[in-house]
Design a protein. Sequence first.
Length: 182
Amino acid sequence: MSAEKAKRRENGDKVHSCLGSDPLTSYLNSAIVKEALHVKSESGVWYDCQNDIDYTVLKEGSQFIYEELKGKIAMLHYSGDKDGVVPTQGTLGWINNLNRTEVAPWRSYKENGTIGEAAKQIAGYFWQLDGLDFGTVHGAGHLCPQDQPARSYQLVVNWMLGNPIDPDWKVVEQKVENDFIQ
């Protein structure tokens, strides 16, 4: 919990228990933002820590999305290696159930743009399957970009641009048809 959040709680202010900040909640619940995001009025009030979500409603969870989009669009799924909410091992369980063909084996990636001893730090691991790549962000929990912004940025932006995640990697040629919608 941030010092500001702790102080507000001590003063009796209502403070969300997860990430929370009242400015964020106010912003996302404003009529202008809801309209811009096409949020329907019946959706109710947004708050950042919803404890009553039943994640077991659908047997396959979000796995069906990855099955449905196979061959239509390239996908990246990433996870913090300290994520206690959706642990990496659980994610790997359903990814392995997809029975995708491995394009490139697991490999580590080092922090980008660092010098000296820091250049040797492992930023995470990366695995390429046909149309679904998976990366971990070392030292991050459930909110990778918040916990490890530089490592998350390195993984996501390089993946989106089609660049190697680690500049020291040799480019792995992949011959996977229909990764992207033409």
